[in-house]
Design a protein around this ligand. Structure first.
Ligand code: FE2
Ligand code: FE2
Length: 187
């Protein structure tokens, strides 16, 4: 039980962690860091899905993370990383197939995140269908992260230039209302 409490507390700290603008100097590391925070979210959702009572502070952190960090992360990939990879990688369509799959997962999980937020804000006891959705969301998102960590981020490391990285870092920071030096335009 204590082990569980400790894991939950670590997850809570990760969800509450605020980014400093220096993180955007290394945008790929930042994305990996966000994946780690998302794993913390999925751990808490798994606990909720088996009927654990996490308490108000946990629910608040989960709601806040889903509303802001999770949604912004999808935009970082859809509006910055994926379009830039499409421009820089020429591989006869294999990457396009993979990015198309990841984008359709983004779309599906953005909708599920919206439904989860409604359910968590509702205050009513969770239905069986809702608990199943929490499990499905965590499971499919974990698989999504495995692909991004194993293929997309290493590909970005290999194919994006220093200038590209500065550019997407500036755009990610701007998305969060922070200003760092560099050019906002994707060329
Ligand atoms: Fe993604
Ligand atoms: Fe991601």
């Amino acid at each position: 039980m204590k082990k569980h409490d400790e894991a939950n507390r670590i997850a809570l700290d990760l969800l509450r962690k605020k980014q400093h603008k220096d993180c955007f100097a290394s945008p790929l590391e930042f994305l990996l860091d966000e994946h780690m925070r998302q794993r913390a979210l999925f751990g808490l959702l798994d606990n909720l899905s088996v009927g654990a009572h996490l308490g108000a502070a946990y629910l608040e952190a989960v709601i806040c993370f889903l509303k802001s960090d999770f949604a912004l992360h999808v935009l970082d990939e859809e509006e910055d990383l994926f379009p830039l990879l499409r421009r820089r990688v020429n591989d006869d369509g294999q990457l396009e197939h993979l990015l198309g799959k990841l984008s359709s997962e983004h779309l599906r999980d953005r909708e599920r995140a919206r439904l989860i937020l409604i359910g968590l804000n509702d205050g009513a006891p969770f239905s069986i269908e809702f608990l199943e959705m929490l499990r499905d969301f965590s499971g499919s998102e974990r698989r999504h992260l495995i692909v991004e960590n194993a293929i997309i981020i290493p590909l970005a490391r290999a194919c994006l230039s220093e200038t590209d990285l500065v550019m997407i870092g500036v755009r990610m920071a701007a998305r969060r209302g922070m200003e760092i030096e560099g050019n906002l335009c994707l060329n």
